[in-house]
Design a protein around this ligand. Structure first.
Ligand code: 5GP
Ligand code: MN
Length: 347
């Protein structure tokens, strides 16, 4: 049994918008992950199969281990040709925003999105949705945007027409946003959906391997280096920190996506419920947070690093040096110490 998570009138409205638009563009957030790419491609195939003209534009490039997906080669990268991308967005009559809650998360693309006259539809699962949209489907309790795309297609009565390509993309997004169904995945309906997706003849184990067993040797060695040389554990605060400088990364020939998942490892240490990964990038510092129990890492992200996200998975950015970011982190940790101890001692 699959419940009507999306309001039925919104499903109808979205179908109506699709059928009455000629130039449809799907967008997603900066540094797209498996859910961003998976949900975008699933919707892309769905719209294309209705005979409609549709494109995907993402703000910047996405990891190599997502490129196997059907249609991935047709995804436009805004950063590579901003003026062409801006033209497509301004000429669109319908724009989807998938897997992000405010236009600002589309990076350089967001100013064009703000001024585009197109109708805008958000489908997303992050808390605190913005308001610059004509239709908002915001479901923070749902595992992934890809799951929401499944639900949209299902509720539209189009499950029987769902293709293998759609099913694969949806599976990939649900799998990556739940760490292979190890967190955020307790809702029984997730497995009802998986069972329906498997009936589309997808190879779930092959999808897992293509995403999680497809890294370079350097990436694996970088992981070893990070855990042995760049990790601090603060047992009294139930927290752990990983950090990498630009130089560390170039020593292991860093490629986009190589550090995906690193931030999860410290949570496997007994008693650690808050993990932070601080990574230097060109001209800025990128921060990822993961937490367990009731400790809300998105509050930490928003208070100290101008970020946000989910309760147990969030991130932020910092314009400054790695050293400054590390200092802010340690001050923040001191301030949140009591909250961490309280969360650990619950239930
Ligand atoms: P990740 O650590 O995988 O990059 O991001 C985890 C989650 O944190 C994302 O799904 C997103 O919700 C959120 N997030 C990451 N970076 C940022 C950021 O710079 N700003 C905001 N608002 N959220 C972020
Ligand atoms: Mn997501």
């Amino acid at each position: 049994y699959i419940s009507e998570v999306i309001e039925p009138h919104k499903v109808e409205q979205i179908i109506d918008y699709i059928d009455n638009s000629d130039k449809i563009v799907i967008t997603t957030h900066i540094s797209p992950d498996g859910d961003a790419i998976g949900s975008s491609l699933a919707l892309y195939h769905f719209i294309k199969n209705r005979g409609k003209n549709v494109m995907i534009i993402v703000p910047n490039s996405f990891p190599y281990f997502l490129k196997w997906m059907d249609g991935a080669n047709n995804i436009e990268i805004f950063e590579y040709n901003p003026s062409a991308g801006a033209k497509i967005l301004s000429n669109a009559d319908l724009i989807f925003s998938l897997d992000y809650n405010i236009l600002k998360r589309a990076g350089e693309m967001s100013t064009v999105l703000e001024t585009s006259k197109a109708k805008k539809i958000m489908i997303d699962h992050h808390p605190f949705p913005g308001e610059d949209f004509d239709i908002i489907v915001s479901k923070p309790h749902i595992s992934s945007t890809s799951e929401l795309i499944f639900r949209f297609i299902y509720q539209a009565g189009e499950y029987s027409e769902m293709t293998k390509a759609e099913a694969e993309s949806i599976y990939c997004g649900m799998m990556t946003d739940t760490g292979g169904f190890t967190y955020n995945s307790a809702d029984p309906e997730i497995y009802e959906i998986i069972s329906m997706i498997l009936r589309k003849d997808i190879d779930k184990d092959a999808i897992y391997s293509k995403v999680f067993n497809n890294y370079s040797e350097e990436r694996f060695r970088l992981l070893g280096f990070t855990l042995s040389q760049r990790m601090e554990v603060y047992h009294d605060k139930h927290a752990a920190l990983l950090y990498l400088s630009n130089e560390d990364q170039s020593q292991f020939r860093y490629s986009k996506g190589d550090t995906e998942g690193f931030v999860n490892y410290p949570l496997s240490i007994k008693g650690i419920i808050f993990s932070t990964f601080i990574r230097e990038e060109e001209g800025m510092v990128k921060i990822s947070f993961r937490s367990q129990k009731s400790f809300r890492c998105n509050e930490f992200a928003s208070e100290f690093f101008n970020g946000g996200g989910h309760v147990n998975a969030s991130g932020g950015e910092f314009q400054g040096s790695l050293e400054e970011a590390l200092k802010i982190y340690s001050e923040g940790l001191e301030k949140y110490k009591e909250r961490l101890i309280m969360a650990v001692n619950e239930d």
